[in-house]
Design a protein around this ligand. Structure first.
Ligand SMILES: *[C@@H]1O[C@H](CO)[C@@H](O)[C@H](O)[C@H]1NC(C)=O
Ligand SMILES: *[C@@H]1O[C@H](CO)[C@@H](O)[C@H](O)[C@H]1NC(C)=O
Ligand SMILES: *[C@@H]1O[C@H](CO)[C@@H](O)[C@H](O)[C@H]1NC(C)=O
Ligand SMILES: *[C@@H]1O[C@H](CO)[C@@H](O)[C@H](O)[C@H]1NC(C)=O
Ligand SMILES: *[C@@H]1O[C@H](CO)[C@@H](O)[C@H](O)[C@H]1NC(C)=O
Ligand SMILES: *[C@@H]1O[C@H](CO)[C@@H](O)[C@H](O)[C@H]1NC(C)=O
Ligand SMILES: *[C@@H]1O[C@H](CO)[C@@H](O)[C@H](O)[C@H]1NC(C)=O
Length: 305
């Protein structure tokens, strides 16, 4: 399993959580702006449909974030695991988390699942990466067919070069579109081995020979992983007919490119949060908050004229 907390740690986390939730409202790390529909936790902006539990507007279901008092930043619970959030992008539909989305050859049946959540692994921002010698690491889908993977060989130690993930001791492959689950099959080519495979933000992993010795470690490695989020409700055409349709005024709907659901964007010439109605929603740029700030900044001079 890629649970990054042991059972005991989880229990302890729950004991921690309640006071954290109560204190979140008074935390200096949690600045909520009712006007913008965007909260701030530590240095991370949290735009609606994401939101801090207990905040206003209330987060959409599945987009609830906890702002930890310690200043360690925002946390999201996905399928009963808790992850730190690095960054959320509203218009592109990405959320970067710190996770151990890994599977080790020497451990039986590990899995990392986003099933039943509003998230998929981004196929454009991550790479499937495997570290090990003389092995093949293949991703499986539910019908246990191969959907991606790569092979890595090591003939001599001197050929193993730090920084290069090119098929010698380390290999990388595209993440399949719509991937929700890390289910792997490892095959050793020469004798028993211990490889490791994981999903990681494409620019953040640099292979190091030392990592070959860490493929069987009990301590999970946390690495940035980019998830794509979307709103449930099918494709746009279907979603538009439902009462739950989420795209507000001056916005349009587009299909998520990575699986189920849709997202919204402001129509050309408008700016704001397409999931909100009113002044924080999509507004013509010259009526937007930036313009208003400019006006309020120059009223004194204007009045004298
Ligand atoms: C927040 O601060 C941390 C630590 O200084 C930094 O690594 C991270 O990139 C920052 N995140 C954002 C969204 O600015
Ligand atoms: C956060 O995401 C935005 C949009 O994708 C990007 O421009 C920005 O560089 C990211 N910041 C960090 C600290 O990752
Ligand atoms: C691992 O998965 C396979 C196939 O799903 C199953 O037959 C086997 O019993 C599982 N092993 C363990 C230890 O869970
Ligand atoms: C990996 O482990 C082997 C055997 O324990 C050791 O000889 C080797 O120096 C280690 N390599 C690195 C890069 O730490
Ligand atoms: C998030 O996913 C859950 C489970 O599928 C669903 O009930 C919920 O409506 C989704 N949230 C949004 C905003 O689409
Ligand atoms: C969304 O995807 C469906 C199915 O592929 C397609 O029929 C529809 O035209 C797409 N809608 C938009 C707005 O791209
Ligand atoms: C959203 O709209 C902006 C401005 O019209 C555009 O630059 C951007 O590419 C759009 N994003 C998506 C994901 O369609």
């Amino acid at each position: 399993m890629v649970l990054f907390l042991s059972k005991m740690e989880k229990v302890m986390f729950h004991l921690y959580l309640l006071p954290l939730l109560l204190l979140a409202c008074f935390s200096p790390f949690y600045v909520h702006s009712m006007e913008s529909g965007t909260s701030q936790c530590s240095n991370v902006s949290i735009p609606y449909p994401f939101g801090i539990v207990g905040g206003n507007p209330a987060p959409a279901q599945g987009f609830e974030i906890i702002c930890a008092l310690s200043g360690s930043g925002p946390i999201i619970r996905i399928n009963n695991n808790i992850f730190g959030i690095i960054n959320i992008s509203l218009l592109d539909g990405f959320v970067s988390i710190l996770a151990s989305a890994t599977s080790q050859q020497c451990k039986s049946n590990s899995s990392f699942s986003l099933e039943g959540t509003n998230f998929t692994f981004s196929d454009t921002k991550n790479k499937f990466t495997a570290v090990g010698c003389d092995m093949v690491a293949m991703l499986l889908d539910d019908s246990r067919g191969y959907i991606g993977g790569c092979a890595s060989f090591c003939s001599t130690k001197s050929n193993i070069i730090n920084g290069a993930c090119s098929g010698v001791a380390c290999c990388q492959a595209q993440v399949p579109k719509g991937l929700k689950k890390l289910e792997l099959e490892f095959t050793s080519i020469t004798g028993p081995g211990c490889g490791e495979a994981f999903i990681v933000e494409q620019n953040s992993y640099v292979f190091s020979r030392v990592d070959l010795n860490k493929t069987n470690t009990k301590n999970p490695q946390y690495r940035p992983v980019v998830l794509e989020w979307s709103i449930d409700g099918g494709y746009c055409e279907e979603a538009k007919r439902a009462a739950s349709y989420t795209c507000k005024e001056n916005s349009y709907c587009y299909n998520s490119s990575n699986g189920i659901g849709y997202r919204c964007n402001c129509t050309l010439g408008f700016q704001g949060n397409p999931y909100l109605q009113g002044p924080n929603g999509c507004q013509e740029w010259w009526h937007g908050s930036e313009a208003e700030d400019v006006w309020s900044g120059c009223t004194a001079a204007d009045i004298q004229l």
